[in-house]
Each structure stands twice: as C-alpha cells, then as structure tokens.
Ligand binder design. Structure first.
Ligand SMILES: Nc1nc2c(ncn2[C@@H]2O[C@H](COP(=O)(O)OP(=O)(O)OP(=O)(O)O)[C@@H](O)[C@H]2O)c(=O)[nH]1
Ligand SMILES: [Mg+2]
Length: 448
C-alpha cells in the first residue's frame, strides 16, 4: 500500500544541532537532490561513497571543504534520492549552504519532514517513526535502548502478532456470517473464544509494558509539598545544586510552581517546588495553594517536607493512586538529630536542607524509584495515543467475548473484531487522518 504521495519537491535542512561542532551536516531529499548537490560541489556524486570536495555556492564562492555522500532511492532514509553534505560545524556556513540549495530549487524542510517522507514511502511505520523522535529525546540510557528496539520494529512485530490473530478470527466470523447454512457453532468449537482470549492477553501485556514505557519516556514528576516555611525551597535548591527557588524566613514565600528538570543517577525527572499548604485569606497565596494541590495530584513521587519534631504531620489528600510519598523531617541541624533513613508507614528521611546533611539519602531513594523495572520484555515508550488505541482494541475484544458468550456469534462480534483491528492499525499509522499525521511529525525537530 502506498500511504500517500510523498513530497514531489526536494527538501533541505541542517541535520546537526545548532552551535559549534567539528562537523555539521546538511541533508537534501527528493527528486532534485542529486542535481542540486551536484551543482554545489561541481563534480560527480558517488553512490554511498564519501567524496572529498569543496562546497561551492551558486555565485562560485567556496563555502567550505567537506564530504558529499549520495544515497539513491529507494535505499535511503526517506526512500527518495538523498544527499548529505558534511561541512565543518559552523552555523553560518551551514545556513548559507541551505540558502544556496533553496536558490537552486530546494525547499526548507518542515520539522520531521524527512521522517514523514520515510513513513509515507513505507520505510518505517508510525511506531518506528515516533521511536526516532523518542531516541533523540531520550532522558536516560534505558529510554534510548527501548526507543532503539521500537525503531528496529520490535514493538510493531508485537502489534502485528495481535493483529494477525484478530484478522484470522475476522475471516472465520465473516465467512460464518456469509454462509449461515454451514452453521458453524462458535461456542462448541471453542476456537474463537480461545483466540479472543489470546488476543486480549497479548494486548494486556503490551499495555502494561507501554504504561511503564510511557513513564520512562516522559520522566517521572516529583513534587515537593508541605506546610509553609518547612524548607521545601531550600530542599529544591539542594537537589538542583543552585538557587532555583527563593528561600526566606517569611512563611508563604513560594507562590507559583517552580519547575526544574534534574538528573538522578542519570535519569531525568521534573521536580516541582510548591507553595506551603495552609488556610489563608491572601488571594495570591490562595491561588498558590490551589496550584500546589493540583501539582500534588499529578505527582509520581511526592516529597512531603516536615520540620523535624514538628507535630502533627499534616495528612496529604488528593494523592494520585500510583504515587509514592517520601516523608522528610527537615532542619535536623536545629534539633541535634543525625541524618538517617527510616521505614515506617512511609520512607522517612531526616536531613538538613540548609547544611545538605542527609540530602544524598533522599537522592538515592529518588533514583531507585525513577528506574523503571528492567523487565525481560522491552518497554514500549508509549504516548497517550498508543495507550488509547490499545485500550480501544482491548475493550472491543472484551465486548466480542461477551457477545460470543451471550449470542454465540454474529454481526456484533464481527463489528467488535473490526474495531479492534482498526485501533491497532491506527497505532501503526494506517487509516490515520492526514492532519493527525501532520501534528505527530510537527513535533519532531527540523532536519529529522
Ligand atoms: N536551620 C535550618 N534552617 C532551614 C533549613 N531548611 C530551611 N531552613 C530555613 O527555613 C526558612 C524557610 O525555608 P524555605 O526553604 O523558604 O521554606 P519553604 O518551605 O519553601 O517556605 P514557603 O515557600 O514559605 O512555603 C528559611 O529561613 C531557611 O533558611 C534547615 O535544614 N535548617
Ligand atoms: Mg518555598
């Protein structure tokens, strides 16, 4: 199936990140890629071979000296004729190379357009295309490893396995509907029931690996909460290593959410400092407290800060169901306490956000919780779109099982199977409307 006519123009973009670098790469893709690049080096390109060459603009000026490599269609990343021009990593030169290519007839690529063309030319399915973006943006080695497996088609194969079971069932059910006189007894046969259960099982397993993978892809959210003045912002600053949040002896200093990305043993997480929780009549602080409660409701790890020997410890409500609370007893320096970790109804850590004593105990606890369990099965770095599609497929199959139980089989089971197949096919990018595809690729970086 040709997904759609991929671009029939030629696109160009810088493929390497902005800034200074040893090497910078400009890529061209499309029917005129060879012609335009050929005019920029004024010598023959060689297929899949690096040619050392001056790179020359349309006025005949040498821009740089570098390499040109041609990848003829269809054996290229996009499936079209492609050329890479490797120059030195100087922004100005690379931008001028792009301008020169556009003057010669190429068009500046949109974000993700190279990968979109790869998808449209069926070099990748949508899951693999999204894995490209995930690999580039991965926050940890574990995430990168799993993105790479998706890119190699590991997850697509799993979806195909579920799809093939569904398609087989559809063929059976549809033929029974077409030839009712054959009177295929679904219940007695038991095969459809078994296959339905098998498909539900495959998808349930995929869903659980995907939920964990989604967390790995997005990074967990850590929220610091507690009463005013207990040292939340001081702790935030200790964790980040610099003065992210304002600290003062005045109760109610923090009003807004203060967010900071931090790395714990190489795994990135989003940490949020919040306003102290208390009843107040100050309208600005009320808004701050509301925001703090909302943030609390979104947290994966809640750092509940209390002052050592303060009583009573306030009870947190609105905790998300799968969240974990780490209870901190701060300001041990004022109470002659030693830094330590205890385990009661929650993990409790005694520390001083002022001196830093005991902060490493908290960092260890956080790091332990950030690592998603390394199951033997790889995780799928899912997006919400994937989870929704799998949920829909699973729901349709469960409905189908119910139909089978109540009515033997029939039109409704056939419809459920069709819906399940459609949901999984959409996951791979088939039957997706163009605007949704456009939106998915627009989140990629330019040049990818
Ligand atoms: N001695 C001592 N003082 C601390 C410690 N942690 C914080 N403080 C002090 O306690 C006061 C409040 O600290 P903050 O970090 O601003 O507290 P907060 O919980 O963010 O306060 P709000 O934003 O008002 O809710 C400041 O004067 C800090 O210097 C600690 O471990 N030991
Ligand atoms: Mg504060």
């Amino acid at each position: 199936m040709i997904r759609s006519t991929a671009g029939n123009d030629t696109i160009v973009a810088i493929a390497t990140p902005p800034g200074k670098g040893a090497v910078g790469i400009v890529r061209l893709s499309g029917p005129r890629a060879m012609d335009i690049a050929g005019r920029m080096i004024r010598r023959p390109l060689q297929s899949r071979t690096a040619v050392y060459t001056p790179i020359i603009d349309d006025q005949g000026l040498v821009l740089d000296q570098g390499l040109a490599i041609a990848f003829p269609a269809p054996g290229s990343y996009t499936g079209e004729d492609m050329v890479e021009l490797h120059a030195h990593g100087a922004d100005m030169v690379l931008r001028e190379m792009v301008r020169c290519a556009t003057r010669l007839g190429a068009r500046q690529a949109r974000p993700g357009e190279f990968t979109e063309r790869a998808f449209l030319n069926e070099k990748l399915d949508l899951i693999q295309a999204e894995a490209v973006a995930d690999l580039i943006e991965s926050h940890s080695l574990q995430a990168a490893r799993n993105a790479s497996l998706s890119l190699q088609g590991r997850f697509s194969t799993d979806i195909d396995e579920a799809l093939s079971v569904i398609i087989e069932m559809r063929a059976f059910v549809e033929s029974a509907l077409d030839f009712p006189e054959e009177d295929i007894d679904f219940l007695a046969d038991g095969q459809i029931k078994q296959q339905l259960q098998q498909a539900i099982e495959i998808i349930s397993l995929l869903l659980s690996r995907s939920r964990q993978g989604k967390q790995l892809r997005e990074g967990k959210r850590i929220v610091i909460v507690g009463r005013p003045n207990v040292g939340k912002s001081s702790l935030m600053n200790q964790l980040s290593g610099y003065s992210t949040s304002i600290v003062s002896h005045v109760s109610g200093t923090t009003r807004d959410l203060v967010e900071q990305e931090m790395s714990f043993s190489g795994v990135i997480a989003q940490v949020t400092d919040t306003a102290g929780l208390r009843e107040t009549s100050d309208p600005v602080e009320i808004e701050g407290v509301n925001r703090a409660r909302e943030a609390l409701g979104r947290g994966d790890i809640i750092i509940h800060v209390n002052e050592c020997h303060e009583d009573p410890v306030i009870k947190l409500d609105n905790l998300p169901p799968d969240s974990e609370v780490l209870r901190i007893y701060n300001k041990i320096d004022l109470h002659d306490e030693k830094p330590r970790r205890e385990k009661n109804d929650a993990v409790e850590i005694y520390l001083s956000a002022k001196t830093g004593a005991g902060v490493e105990l908290l960092q260890e606890e956080i790091a332990r919780r950030l690592l998603v369990s390394d199951a033997c099965e790889p995780l799928f770095l899912a997006r919400q779109r994937h989870l929704d599609a799998m949920e829909n497929a699973r729901r349709s199959l469960i409905n189908g099982l119910e139909q089978l139980r109540l009515h033997g089989a029939g039109e409704l089971l056939a419809e459920d199977l069709l819906q399940a197949q459609r949901a999984l096919s959409e996951l791979k990018g088939e039957f997706l409307p163009d605007d949704l595809l456009g939106e998915i690729f627009s989140r990629f970086c330019i040049g990818k």
